[in-house]
Design a protein around this ligand. Structure first.
Ligand SMILES: [Zn+2]
Length: 105
């Protein structure tokens, strides 16, 4: 998994997800764990329609409480170690690209 070295390297979909949040879509039928014939836990994996991040959630039944969430990110999504990008940073990068496209026309 390759990390970004700056937001200037990020693809458009990565910047959109960092600004808007991911566009989750249910990817699989859940794996279920049964106790005495009843579902007590199930696990679903969701895929982001834009950036291809994956989220696997373990959910308790019947409360539907999320017990665990595991994330996997595509190459070029994560910030460099020790760096944290804010949503506004992604918005600023998108804005800069939009303005530079305008200036070249
Ligand atoms: Zn995404």
């Amino acid at each position: 998994m390759t990390r970004l070295t700056s937001l200037a390297q990020a693809t458009g979909p990565v910047l959109e997800c960092r600004d808007f949040g991911h566009a989750w879509s249910w990817e699989n039928d859940p794996q279920v764990r049964l106790e005495r014939g009843k579902v007590v836990e199930f696990e679903t994996t969701d895929a982001c329609l834009r950036c291809e991040a994956r989220r696997t959630r373990t959910i308790e039944a019947p409360s539907m409480t999320i017990l665990r969430t595991r994330m996997t990110y595509p190459d070029g999504y994560l910030a460099p170690r020790g760096t944290r990008y804010r949503r506004a940073d992604a918005r600023a990068e998108r804005f800069d690209r939009m303005m530079s496209r305008r200036n070249t026309r």
